[in-house]
Design a protein around this ligand. Structure first.
Ligand code: ATP
Length: 364
């Protein structure tokens, strides 16, 4: 099957910096693809090249198999929703949505029909005559999407469109955007620095760092099987230790941390040499808690300590456990479990399996 979008060795150099360094990826038809990365990693530069606002220094961009190099922005089968939405406040909703259709000279009756149809599809029927400032933040988002989708692009590019919304609306819009994408059955390429947006909405996520893709995968792949320390640290919360590999056997290592703790970990893809520096990540929800140390005998990592702080977080609680030798370990506890009412200062035992950690070389 020909991908809706394919970038091959895409590169963009500016005078002082190379913002995108040979990025290759393809996006299957009708899927939600996100590029997730910290500020300045090159996300917007990729979008602007796909949209045609920036010429690549190298590589190719193909939409439905056709190279977009030298195709002007208005001739590309893509459209873009910006963070500030760029709706025209002096026009009503119908005029806003019909703007692109008027520019290509479609007859008036056809425009009216298409505008009505797309408003139905975004769940806002009959609001043609309203003004932009008579809409809620969520409705404006949907109108901005309708204005793009009425032109039936092969690919819709979305540049952090939820960035300006308050938290509650953002949560709702994540779900709405995903269902709009499914309803239109059109490929969405979404850029964000907010992992929770990418994890909730995307079929595939590319984690980007310093101009390159570190890993492309589903939300589960990235969360449970990170392939680099950057991905493990950027996606989700983790306890994180750096230290020296003291023992290495097969795919298992024992790492001595800087504060003297010995942690056993399973390495991904081969061993790490004894004496080398490595980094270990452990999800707070992978840690088990017990009143009795004997209940944790099955784990190769065990620690005794006390609860040093409690963080209530709705559905779950976070506790920090201070080990006997001073290390702090973050643990997630379900709200309804036996340990939900642990108090600060309570003695606890914790344990986790080496297989639950992610371990990477930290050699320079
Ligand atoms: P943010 O999330 O903050 O928008 P981003 O990941 O989208 O960041 P880009 O805007 O793509 O990052 O920028 C990547 C790098 O390229 C940055 O170092 C930026 O300063 C640089 N850059 C972007 N546009 C230009 C330009 N027109 N001229 C020179 N440098 C640029």
């Amino acid at each position: 099957m020909i991908p809706d979008l394919e970038c091959q060795s895409l590169t963009k150099s500016f005078t002082e910096t190379t913002a995108v360094k040979g990025v290759s990826f393809s996006v299957a038809p009708g899927s939600f693809f996100s590029i997730l990365g910290p500020s300045g990693c090159g996300k917007t530069t990729i979008m602007r090249m796909i949209a045609g606002f920036l010429e690549p220094t190298g590589g190719d961009i193909r939409i439905k198999g056709k190279s977009m190099l030298n195709v002007p922005p208005n001739k590309r089968p893509v459209n873009m929703v910006f963070q500030h939405l760029a709706l025209f406040p002096m026009m009503n909703i119908a005029e806003n949505i019909g703007y692109g259709l008027r520019r290509v000279g479609l007859p008036k009756a056809e425009i009216t029909r298409k505008v009505g149809e797309v408003l139905d599809r975004v769940g806002l029927p009959g609001i043609e005559n309203r003004k932009i400032d008579e809409l809620s933040g969520g409705q404006k988002q949907r109108v901005a999407i309708a204005r793009c989708m009425v032109l039936e692009p092969d690919v819709l590019l979305l540049d952090e469109p939820l960035g300006a919304l308050d938290l509650k609306l953002r949560e709702r819009m994540k779900i709405e955007l995903k269902s709009l994408q499914a309803a239109f059955d059109t490929t969405f390429v979404y850029i964000t620095h907010d992992q929770s947006e990418a994890l909730v909405m995307s079929d595939q996520i590319a984690v980007m760092n310093e101009g390159q893709f570190e890993q492309v995968g589903t939300a589960r792949d990235l969360y449970y099987r990170p392939q680099s320390a950057f991905v493990a640290g950027f996606v989700g919360d983790s306890n994180r230790w750096t230290g020296t590999v003291e023992q290495a056997e097969g795919n298992r290592i024992a790492l001595r941390t800087q504060d003297g703790m010995l942690i056993t970990s399973a390495t991904q893809g081969g061993s790490l040499p004894t004496g080398s520096m490595a980094e270990i990540f452990l999800r707070p929800e992978a840690v088990r808690v017990a009143h009795d140390a004997a209940d944790l005998a099955r784990f190769d990592n065990r620690l005794s300590g006390e609860v040093s702080s409690l963080l209530f977080n709705g559905a779950a609680s976070r506790i920090l456990v201070r080990g006997d030798t001073g290390q702090q370990i973050e643990v997630t506890l379900p709200q309804s479990g036996e340990f939900a009412s642990l108090a600060k200062g309570a003695p606890v035992h914790i344990g986790w399996a080496g297989e639950q950690t992610a371990c990477f070389s930290a050699e320079p």
